[in-house]
Design a binder for this molecule. Structure first.
Ligand code: KG4
Ligand code: ZN
Length: 323
């Protein structure tokens, strides 16, 4: 069974093809150069770029898989959350494609897709899932597919956003996560950063303090590699402390770590030594992409969920607990 998955929630055009739960093609067209001069994603430009890239990527994905549109059994797209104009491009395209082909359509939650990318075949819930990306830092208890309890979220910046902002401060490129990771590896020493919210009883996250600390340290003239290493260690330690406390309190021993930040090797090492069973997305599936949307649709189909009505619109705001 072939599933086409599309994600256009932010600035990446993602088109993926999944066959019986296995990723066969996963194409992502980024827009970094387009937005760079503005210092952030310009929503209207992102939408227009999706419109240009999407038909080309879908055609290319089908060609790479060696299949025709009629071979698709199911079409899926991210319904939300995200930039509404950007979402609408992929979501409406996918609905039109499903209608024209006479195939069922699944409206997918962006965070469920991130979770699906890290969810190994054969693993049954309940477990914990940390989604850390440029727009989200959320910790969920996954009770079942489609049944999620939010345990904690960031009070300010998302984890990836903090990596991006600190990278910019240090004069590094975008996205900042891989740049910081690279620079930290070169560092012989580190400037220590305080780990946020050490004393809390709950499961919230906060990254704005680390950002402020980075501003002060840059102004004080500390070298960039030592700063990158210190920041990364504190950010990773913060994520680990909150998640491990939640694991202890809830008794869950299995954890999925998903979203763009899950690609960070220092973070992977920290969680792997934590004594839990931890799953990360395979390479290429942690950042925004279309295959993760197809994987979520595959799980929904397997679990017997009804397809979504084509009358259902996209939405910028959509808590995962309501998906
Ligand atoms: O999931 P994603 O592609 O898009 C959103 O839904 O936001 O995540 C992108 C974020 C960016 O902020 C990027 O800097 C971060 O993930 N990221 C990383 C790494 N690779 C990507 N952060 C830390 N370390 C990395 N290796
Ligand atoms: Zn994402």
């Amino acid at each position: 069974m072939w599933i086409l998955g599309i994600d256009t929630s932010c600035d990446d055009t993602g088109v993926g093809l999944v066959r019986d739960g296995v990723v066969v093609v996963n194409l992502v067209a980024g827009q970094v150069a387009l937005h760079q001069v503005f210092g952030g994603v310009v929503p209207e430009l992102a939408s227009r770029e999706h419109l240009k890239a999407l038909p080309i990527l879908v055609k290319e994905a089908l060609a790479q898989a060696g299949i025709a549109p009629k071979d698709l059994s199911l079409i899926a797209a991210t319904r939300g959350p995200g930039l509404i104009g950007a979402l609408l491009v992929g979501y409406t395209f996918a609905k039109g494609f499903a209608w024209a082909l006479g195939r069922p359509f699944y409206a997918i939650h962006h965070l469920e897709a991130h979770i699906a990318a890290a969810w190994p075949e054969g693993l049954d819930p309940p477990f914990l899932a940390l989604v850390a990306s440029g727009g989200h830092t959320h910790l969920f208890e996954v009770q079942a597919l489609g049944r999620y309890r939010l345990l904690g979220a960031t009070r300010d910046d998302a984890a990836g956003e903090a990596f991006d902002k600190v990278a910019r401060l240090l004069g590094l490129g975008f996205p900042g996560g891989p740049e910081i990771e690279c620079l930290a590896q070169e560092a012989k020493e580190k400037v220590p950063f305080p780990v946020p919210l050490r004393e809390q009883k709950g499961y919230d996250f906060s990254f704005s303090g680390l950002k402020t600390k980075a501003v002060q340290l840059v102004e004080a003239g500390y070298p960039a590699p030592a700063l990158a290493k210190g920041f990364q260690e504190a950010a990773v330690e913060h994520l680990a402390q909150v998640v491990l406390r939640a694991a202890k309190d809830t008794g869950h021993r299995v954890l999925l770590v998903a979203g763009g930040v899950a690609a960070n090797r220092a973070l992977q090492a920290r969680f792997q030594e934590a004594g839990l069973t931890v799953h990360f997305p395979p390479k290429g599936l942690s950042q925004d992409n279309g295959a993760m949307v197809a994987l979520a649709a595959w799980r929904r189909h397997q679990a017997g969920f009804s397809p979504s009505p084509l009358s259902l619109g996209a939405t910028a705001y959509w808590p995962l607990e309501e998906a």
